[in-house]
Design a protein around this ligand. Structure first.
Ligand code: CP
Ligand code: NVA
Length: 313
């Protein structure tokens, strides 16, 4: 199979794609973005296709950018709240996957348990795309790589510092993407919240080929010194409300503020997947400051989703 033949593949984790395949998504997204700005608002490669969007958690960016993406590709998006489906009354994931596969051309799902996504993919006859799970958020990290590439004109050899929760789902996807694409990563988080060994083992394996240097440390200043990108995410992810107090306490020294940003390169950018908790993981002056790229990141979710849907479906 050609590396450019991605039709029928699932996207549950970026760790299942090669560097060439990730570059293919990135280049395709940039091409779709260019054509959009040149006035081609509709590129109907999904004409007649329907896509199920199953959401077990709230969403602004992922849901809206997916619905708009499918619309601009000429397809029909169907938002399906978990509780509105029979899934919410106990119908199995197996049966749901079988039935939806008879109707739609692709399933995108945001779930709590990553295992549910794997089960959905196992029993679906159509591609399944992860719209965020407790483990990963691949469509976000792909859009982020596109944003970084737009800002610097390259990926390989750049260094990103992620400051905050070392077990964050967005971070896991950023680690996989960076390891595959050759972006050096420094993760700064308290000892109790550093990345899982199983994640780091996989990341180190992937980094062997790209040469990316991936390091984990406790000191946020050490992590941010001289980097090109400073990234953070919320301290309390959706579904972690029961451990919110403990996490807030551990993560308080990891706020990205103007002082911390001053250790990065002058040309460094600040990134956040959003939604942000202003005053917690990031201060207003940083997220609204000149180094912030958060709105470009949010916009690129649309172009990344168009590339993902048009290449996989
Ligand atoms: N970044 C992101 O996935 O945002 P939403 O939760 O609003 O979709
Ligand atoms: N880590 C966050 C990301 C939201 C897009 C969460 O899971 O809530």
């Amino acid at each position: 199979m050609s590396i450019y033949d991605l039709k029928g593949r699932d996207m549950l984790c970026l760790c299942n794609f090669s560097a060439e395949e990730l570059w293919h998504f990135i280049r395709h997204a940039l091409e779709l973005k260019r054509r959009y700005y040149a006035g081609e608002r509709v590129i109907p490669v999904l004409a007649g296709a329907s896509v199920a969007l199953i959401f077990q958690k709230p969403s602004t960016r992922t849901r809206v950018s997916l619905e708009v993406a499918i619309n601009q590709l000429g397809g029909h998006p169907m938002y399906l709240g978990w509780r509105d489906l029979q899934l919410g009354r106990g119908e199995t994931i197996h049966d749901t996957a079988k039935v939806l596969s008879r109707y739609v051309d692709g399933i995108v799902a945001r779930v709590f348990d990553h295992g549910d996504l794997e089960e959905l993919a196992e029993h679906s006859d159509v591609p399944v795309i992860n719209a965020l799970s407790d483990f990963t958020h691949p469509t976000q990290a792909l859009a982020d790589m596109i944003t970084i590439y737009e800002k610097f004109g390259r990926l390989r050899g750049l260094t990103m510092a992620f400051v905050g929760d070392g077990r964050d789902n967005v971070l896991n996807s950023l680690l996989f993407a960076s390891a595959i694409l050759g972006v050096n990563m420094r993760v700064a988080s308290p000892r109790e919240l550093q990345p899982e060994k199983s994640v780091m083992d996989r990341v180190e394996e992937l980094a062997l080929e790209s040469g990316a240097e991936i390091t984990v440390m406790e000191d946020p200043v050490e992590a941010v010194k001289g980097v090109d990108v400073v990234y953070t995410d919320v301290w309390v992810s959706m579904g972690q409300e029961d451990v919110a107090e403990k996490k807030m306490e551990l993560l308080r020294p990891y706020q990205v503020n103007r002082e911390l940003m001053s250790y990065a390169k002058e040309t460094a950018i600040f990134m956040h997947c959003l939604p942000a908790k202003r005053g917690e993981e990031v201060t207003d002056d940083v997220i609204d400051g000149t180094q912030s790229t958060v709105w470009d990141q949010a916009e690129n979710r649309l172009h990344a989703n168009k590339a993902i849907l048009s290449l996989l479906l």
